[in-house]
Design a protein around this ligand. Sequence first.
Ligand code: SIN
Length: 298
Amino acid sequence: MTTTIVFSDAPLGHEVRGLRLDDPADAPKLHDALTAHGVVYVRGQSITPADHVALTRRMGEIAVFSTKNYSHPAHPEIFVVSNIVENGRPIGMADAGEDWHSDGCYTETPPWASIMHALEVPQQAGASLGNTCFASMAAAFDALPAALQTRIDGLQAVNSYASRARQAAARMSSGDALGGDSKNIDELLTERSEALKQWPDVVHPLVRRHPFSGRRSLYVSPTHTIRILGLPDDEAADLLDQLMAHVAQPAFIYRHAWQPGDVLLWDNAQTTHKAIFDYKLPQRRLMHRTTIQGSRPV
Ligand code: SIN
């Protein structure tokens, strides 16, 4: 079977056709496509959770990366992202990916890549809601003026899980709950207390080298990156705002309109993403996500 890539108009977010996700011989092709393009997807896959885990293992070392409350009951390697409530309990995390971020940027060794399988996608008037936007941090870095590239390459920044958890909790308790959840800040922080202990603040480069290609990418998140070492707080905040405004330009962004059966892979070492919350129950969204272990960003 010949593998072809159908390119989007963006620097990332291309469809891969003509490969089998269950064929070990095709895993290197997918790995190469992901490294080259940052976000790739395959449509029309009716894979089971076990198939999803097996595919992830063929792509690298699987990382169990979820808060316990939202793991798949039979496959803890799968993180359930969903607004569905069953028997009074959310079956997945309803507010995952609310702001631009790279998965696990607040851990010592963040996952290299994530693989998401769409099971249920909210619809309205024939259009799918709950899209995910991806930005190429490599293309964004390349497009910066050379003087700014030189200024920021080598800077180290503090990334914080606690910062994002507090912001999410504040939004939920203000009644702006995604997925119909309405807990107060203390309840939410208690629910995420294990994760808060597991993930103290970490220091990572503001510009990282890709583990396979060596390509440089910005490594910054508006909700997780809280400081830049060696810079006064106001200067760091201005620089972070400037970089995020640059990243958020349409030229670097691909917006994925999910279809049930999509399997989409993103490379956390060269992209950032955020989910769009333009749906509410009874419009249901159910996604399964696995992650592939990465190395310490350099
Ligand atoms: C995530 O950030 O992993 C969730 C993305 C999404 O649900 O679209």
